[in-house]
Ligand binder design. Structure first.
Ligand code: HEC
Ligand code: HEC
Ligand code: HEC
Ligand code: HEC
Ligand code: HEC
Ligand code: HEC
Ligand code: HEC
Ligand code: HEC
Ligand code: HEC
Ligand code: HEC
Length: 317
């Protein structure tokens, strides 16, 4: 556990070193800003040098701690060779002589037993959730604010992940950013059902993605853009995460157009839609009605938005 956080810390450090002079200007995506997490790229064709960029210049202590913890014999990693009649330990230092990657197919990491077992959180931490941890995924019908994976129907393609996360060149670093299909498919996982469900209606194509990107993790991804040490939903610069600004909400949820009207059964307008049409007619913001509060785990969750009197005082039921 300790070592895991050390790597994550190392990587965060790398990220910080890469971006010493971050300026929080609103550069419209895509691609998305790259301050948090990993570069949204494909890493299955790395060389030793690139491994060391994340794991540090020497992996000697790492392996020798492991060797003593697990009582491994020196010869399980080194070999004896005869040089001029005397034997010497030979040190293989190229990671890839001992760790397998499948270039163009899968990285060392995604071939690990942890990844193959579907435990993404072990390395990706709270940016995602595990498929089998019993987390909440909505089951209500699609509405005018339901996000799509790609091709959002709103202005400029708002209303989907792809509105911000798509292939291109990162402005700050000049690094190449890949499409969501590439970053996910080139992990080499071949269990399609981990991420797709051929049975889902098109309007609900986001639900299988929520096996790992459910409301709880999604609404907690945000950079503190004004550096005051706290994340203020709606109070940060736009396009540095998911909850900093009403424009971020609209990136995923804004797939509606001027003419959108959704009615419930028997032509009666349903209650979510009644309220959501006020976004257009009265220029309401999502956070005017939906309040994000911190729960006991210090994660943002929405206050109950189903009970009329929470917002309308005692007048409505
Ligand atoms: C309004 C723009 C926007 C939209 C739309 C959007 N994101 Fe993001 N997302 C961001 C930004 C900005 C970051 C932070 C990236 C960074 O700093 O590295 C981010 C980060 C993430 C991360 C953390 C890993 C990483 O690369 O930093 C995940 C996971 C993620 N988004 C998933 C999604 C999913 C799933 C969707 C669609 C349901 C989506 N995003 C739609 C802007 C957006
Ligand atoms: C972008 C940064 C990055 C790069 C590049 C990178 N690693 Fe990693 N590596 C990580 C992180 C983060 C973890 C997860 C930390 C953990 O599980 O302890 C990890 C974990 C590992 C693990 C443990 C896997 C397991 O079963 O838990 C091995 C082995 C490994 N890396 C080898 C390599 C090799 C070999 C290369 C080069 C081909 C490489 N790494 C390149 C970041 C990186
Ligand atoms: C789990 C695999 C593993 C085991 C077991 C292991 N080593 Fe290593 N050792 C390595 C790796 C990998 C390197 C190369 C480190 C690098 O290049 O950053 C290394 C490097 C070395 C070096 C070169 C100097 C240095 O520290 O970089 C010496 C000496 C060494 N090992 C001795 C030993 C001895 C003695 C044992 C048994 C007590 C042992 N090793 C067990 C993986 C292992
Ligand atoms: C001589 C063989 C050998 C070399 C060279 C080697 N490793 Fe390893 N490494 C191992 C073995 C064996 C293990 C333990 C089993 C495993 O996790 O695959 C290990 C484990 C690891 C782990 C997991 C450590 C943990 O605490 O679980 C990481 C990370 C790692 N290696 C990274 C690297 C990187 C990066 C390089 C190159 C700079 C490298 N290794 C070179 C043999 C090697
Ligand atoms: C052993 C640690 C480890 C595990 C477990 C792991 N990953 Fe990764 N993942 C990494 C590392 C390190 C990188 C960056 C280097 C690479 O691709 O190997 C990465 C990169 C990625 C990327 C591309 C980077 C990005 O921002 O888009 C995706 C997508 C991804 N992983 C998905 C998954 C999924 C899905 C799972 C679970 C089924 C998973 N990973 C489990 C360590 C891990
Ligand atoms: C780790 C998650 C993951 C896995 C596993 C995965 N995909 Fe995908 N796939 C994605 C993502 C993310 C996209 C991009 C979706 C988008 O932008 O609409 C995508 C896009 C696609 C697309 C094109 C867009 C669409 O949804 O019609 C097809 C076809 C597809 N995947 C098929 C497969 C098949 C077949 C498998 C199994 C061999 C598979 N995928 C495994 C994540 C995954
Ligand atoms: C099995 C788990 C899993 C599923 C299901 C999944 N993803 Fe991801 N997704 C990840 C991981 C892991 C990352 C990398 C987070 C990081 O950067 O550390 C990621 C990152 C992302 C990001 C942020 C950009 C990036 O590449 O880092 C987007 C956007 C995204 N996923 C979209 C999707 C979409 C769309 C679907 C459904 C088609 C989907 N994901 C299904 C695990 C998953
Ligand atoms: C990265 C994409 C993304 C962004 C940005 C985003 N959301 Fe969401 N949100 C989702 C997804 C996905 C769901 C689940 C939708 C579904 O399955 O019907 C969701 C669900 C919700 C729900 C319903 C939660 C429940 O309990 O069912 C509310 C309310 C909501 N979002 C409000 C917001 C607000 C307000 C913002 C801006 C502060 C925002 N969202 C930003 C992706 C996003
Ligand atoms: C004028 C107030 C208001 C505004 C503005 C508003 N909502 Fe809602 N929203 C509600 C109410 C009330 C409900 C629940 C209605 C019910 O269940 O009876 C709701 C329900 C939802 C749901 C669940 C959908 C369902 O079918 O149950 C999501 C997702 C959601 N809102 C997201 C958003 C997003 C994203 C925005 C901004 C684009 C937004 N809302 C703006 C009042 C509002
Ligand atoms: C999450 C907060 C919230 C909840 C819960 C909520 N409302 Fe509202 N509702 C609002 C807001 C804000 C307005 C807009 C007030 C204004 O015009 O400024 C509104 C407006 C309305 C309107 C007028 C719509 C229009 O077209 O002008 C009706 C009717 C209404 N709500 C009924 C209900 C009923 C019935 C419930 C419970 C089933 C409910 N609301 C639950 C926040 C909420």
């Amino acid at each position: 556990m300790f070592q895991k956080s050390r790597y994550v810390a190392q990587i965060l450090l790398t990220a910080l070193l890469l971006f010493p002079l971050i300026s929080f200007a609103n550069v419209p995506p895509p691609p998305a800003e790259q301050t948090l997490g990993l570069l949204d790229a494909v890493f299955n064709d790395l060389n030793e040098q690139q491994c060391r960029e994340c794991h540090g210049p020497s992996v000697s202590d790492l392996h020798h701690t492991l060797a003593s913890d697990e009582k491994l014999d020196c010869m399980s990693c080194h070999s004896l060779q005869s040089v001029d009649g005397s034997f010497r330990l030979v040190f293989t230092t190229n990671c890839l002589d001992c760790h397998e990657q499948q270039p163009g197919e899968s990285s060392v990491h995604h071939l690990s037993a942890t990844a193959q077992a579907g435990d993404c959180v072990a390395c990706h931490d709270s940016l995602v959730q595990n498929r089998d941890d019993g987390h909440y995924i909505p089951s209500y019908a699609a509405t005018m604010v339901t996000p799509l994976p790609s091709n959002g129907a709103g202005p400029d393609g708002r209303g989907s992940c792809q509105f911000c996360h798509d292939g291109g060149t990162d402005e700050t670093t000049g690094e190449l950013i890949f499409s969501n299909m590439q970053t996910h498919h080139e992990t080499g996982f071949d269990q399609c059902a981990w991420c797709h469900n051929a049975q889902s209606a098109t309007a609900l194509a986001i639900r299988p993605c929520e096996q790992c990107h459910a409301p709880l993790s999604i609404h907690n991804i945000q950079v503190d853009t004004n550096g005051d040490g706290i994340i203020t939903p709606g109070g940060e610069a736009a396009y540095f995460g998911h909850i900093g600004s009403n424009d971020d909400c609209l990136g995923c949820h804004g797939g509606f157009t001027e003419t959108t009207t959704i009615t419930g059964t028997r032509g009666r307008i349903n209650n979510p839609t009644r309220h959501h049409l006020l976004i257009r007619t009265k220029d309401k913001k999502c956070l005017d009605c939906h309040t994000l509060v911190l729960n006991e785990d210090d994660l943002f969750v929405f206050e109950d938005f189903r009970v009329c009197r929470n917002c309308h005082g005692g007048h409505r039921q």
